[in-house]
Write a protein that binds this ligand. Structure first.
Ligand code: NAP
Length: 300
C-alpha cells in the first residue's frame, strides 16, 4: 500500500487516469493539477491549481509521458489551465521528493538537477519499453492494414533494428504469416534473428535487402532509410517509421518517389491508452512502494 504518500499528478492524457486510479486504490493521497474538466471523481484525490499546491508536503510528482516543454509547460488534456513547473516549486519539495516522467529534456533535467531532486525517466526502463512494445506492435499492425491492399500474411516485411520494439514487431509479423527479414548491425542480433526463425541481414546490406519489400518497419532512431535505400524499394512499398521523431526515414525523398512513408510516434497512447496507462501505473506503484520502504527503513 502507499498509505501516507502525498503525490502530485500533473497534467497528461488518458494514460494518467489509469495512474490516478491505481494510486488512489493503493491509498496514496493525490493532488490533481490540470484536471479541472475531468468529470470522474477519485476517492482520495483532490483537484488543485498549481499555485495552491503546497509543494513542501509532496513526496512525489508525476508528470505526463512527455514531461514538460522547453519552457516548463505541462501538457493538460483535461484543463485549459496553464501549468508550468518551475525550479522554485521543485526546490520547495522535501529533499526526498522524486519526480517521475516518461522522457526528459534540457529544461526538466536542468531544474531537477539544480533543485537536487531525483528525476526518474520511466521510458528509459527496459520493463516499460518491453511492455510498451505490445501496444506499439498492435498499432503497427493497424497501420499496415489501413495503408495496404494486401494481407500481412505472405507479404515481405523488413524490420530495421532488433531492440525492444524491433523484436516484438518481427516476432508478431512472423506469427501473422509474413516473411520477415530483420536488419541489425551486431553479430549477436544476427544470431538471435536466426534463432527466431527469421531472415537476418547486416544493415550494411540494407539496399540489397529492400528490393522485394512490401512493408518496411523502422525502429532505429537514426537516418537509416535514406534516399538511396528508398530508391531500391518497389513502388508499392509502405514504410512505417516507429523511431522517435524525426524518425529514420528520408520522408522528403519517399514522397518525391511516390512511396508512402508514415511516421508513427506514440502508438501506445493512441491505440491502447488504458493498457499504456496500466503499464505505467504498475511500474510507478512498485517504484513508489520501494521508495517508501527505503525511507521507512532509514527512519527506523
Ligand atoms: P532500443 O531497444 O534501444 O532499440 C533500438 C535499436 O536500434 C537497436 O537494435 C539498436 O542497435 C538500433 N540502433 C540504434 N542506433 C543505431 C544506428 N546508428 N545504426 C544502426 N542501428 C542502430 O529502442 P526501442 O525501445 O526498441 O525503441 C526503438 C525506437 O522506437 C525509439 O526511437 C523509441 O523512442 C521508439 N518507440 C516508438 C514507439 C511508437 O509508438 N512509435 C513506441 C515505443 C518506442 P544496437 O543495439 O546495435 O545499438
Amino acid at each position: 500500500m502507499l498509505t501516507g504518500l502525498q503525490i502530485a499528478v500533473m497534467g497528461g492524457d488518458a494514460r494518467q487516469l489509469e495512474i490516478i486510479r491505481k494510486l488512489t486504490e493503493m491509498d496514496a493521497k493525490l493532488s490533481l493539477v490540470g484536471f479541472e474538466q475531468l468529470d470522474h471523481a477519485f476517492t482520495g484525490a483532490i483537484k488543485e491549481k498549481i499555485e495552491d499546491l503546497d509543494f513542501s508536503l509532496v513526496d512525489a510528482i508525476i508528470l505526463p509521458v512527455p514531461g514538460t516543454s522547453l519552457e516548463g509547460k505541462v501538457e493538460t488534456i483535461f484543463s485549459n489551465e496553464k501549468v508550468v513547473l518551475t525550479e522554485e516549486m521543485i526546490s520547495n519539495t522535501p529533499s526526498h521528493c522524486t519526480i517521475y516522467s516518461g522522457i526528459s529534456n534540457n529544461y526538466l533535467t536542468g531544474i531537477t538537477k539544480k533543485a537536487n531532486r531525483r528525476l526518474v525517466l520511466l521510458f528509459e526502463r527496459d520493463d516499460v519499453a518491453i511492455y510498451n512494445s505490445i501496444p506499439t506492435v498492435e498499432g503497427t499492425i493497424m497501420l499496415a492494414i489501413q495503408h495496404t491492399d494486401f494481407t500481412i500474411h505472405g507479404s515481405n516485411i523488413v524490420v530495421l533494428g532488433l531492440g525492444r520494439v524491433g523484436m516484438s514487431v518481427a516476432r508478431t509479423f512472423h506469427a501473422l504469416g509474413a516473411k520477415v527479414k530483420v536488419g541489425a548491425r551486431r553479430s549477436e542480433h544476427i544470431a538471435r534473428i536466426t534463432e527466431m526463425g527469421l531472415t537476418p541481414f547486416l544493415l550494411n546490406d540494407l539496399e540489397q535487402s529492400v528490393k522485394d519489400t512490401d512493408i518496411c518497419i523502422n525502429t532505429i532512431p537514426y537516418p537509416i532509410v535514406t534516399a538511396s535505400v528508398i530508391s531500391k524499394m518497389p513502388a508499392h512499398t509502405l514504410i512505417i517509421d516507429l523511431a522517435s521523431k524525426p524518425g529514420g526515414t528520408d520522408f522528403r525523398y519517399a514522397e518525391k518517389r511516390g512511396i508512402k512513408a508514415i511516421l508513427a510516434p506514440g502508438l501506445p497512447g493512441i491505440v491502447a491508452p488504458k493498457s499504456a496507462g496500466q503499464i505505467l501505473a504498475n511500474v510507478l506503484t512498485q517504484l513508489l512502494k520501494d521508495d517508501l520502504m527505503k525511507r521507512k527503513g532509514k527512519t527506523q
